[in-house]
Design a protein around this ligand. Structure first.
Ligand code: HEC
Length: 169
């Protein structure tokens, strides 16, 4: 019985360990990716929690609500970077990205990269420091976990197409 419980514990632990961390590879060449202009880069930054964002679409309000508290003045300056071979796909906003990491939301003031990529055509998510350290799931409240990303990027299916939420403007 004890052995059974131990085996179950080890299997569970292995499952959790395997799940922790990014679902997509660190894009080592992200600095050479193409910056695109989107509604969010037009705003320029993710603001703090006191900002009045009631005029923005619900998905943007929810994004601010999810991330505003990471530091007192909010996450701050952002850029959206697209892997150069995928810029046309980003522009047309019709999905079908090739496997691998394809898009980055660069939180410049925090030095973090929110990364979206594809595995077998399915969107996956990860969070890295600029030097490639995987900090996905690193925070205790789970807001940097792939499932937080998925809730929005896959959940707002009327707004986000195949994991892509932004649009070139
Ligand atoms: C509550 C909603 C929400 C959550 C949660 C969220 N995002 Fe986003 N994300 C957005 C929206 C909206 C945009 C488009 C902003 C723009 O460029 O106008 C976006 C943009 C992006 C982009 C740029 C490419 C694109 O889709 O246009 C990446 C990459 C990205 N997010 C990754 C992530 C990752 C990784 C996580 C989890 C750590 C995450 N996001 C969590 C809403 C969300």
């Amino acid at each position: 019985m004890i052995e059974r419980i131990l085996v179950a514990a080890v299997v569970l632990l292995a499952a959790f360990t395997a799940r922790a961390g990014s679902e997509v590879p660190f894009p080592a060449d992200w600095k050479g990716w193409t910056a695109v202009d989107t509604p969010l880069t037009g705003i320029g930054a993710l603001p703090g929690c006191e900002a009045d964002v009631s005029a923005l679409p619900p998905i943007y309000q929810e994004t601010v609500e999810t991330y505003c508290a990471v530091r007192p003045e909010g996450p701050g300056a952002v850029a959206v970077l697209v892997e150069p071979g995928s810029v046309e796909k980003y522009r047309t906003r019709s999905g079908g990205f090739a496997d691998g990491s394809r898009m980055v939301l660069h939180l410049k003031d925090l030095g973090l990269l929110f990364v979206t990529g594809y595995n077998g055509g399915k969107a996956g998510y990860g969070v890295f420091k600029e030097d490639g350290t995987d900090v996905t799931d690193a925070n205790p409240d789970g807001i940097l976990g792939p499932n937080t990303c998925r809730v929005c990027h896959s959940g707002y299916s009327a707004f986000c197409v195949d994991g892509q939420c932004g649009a070139v403007q």
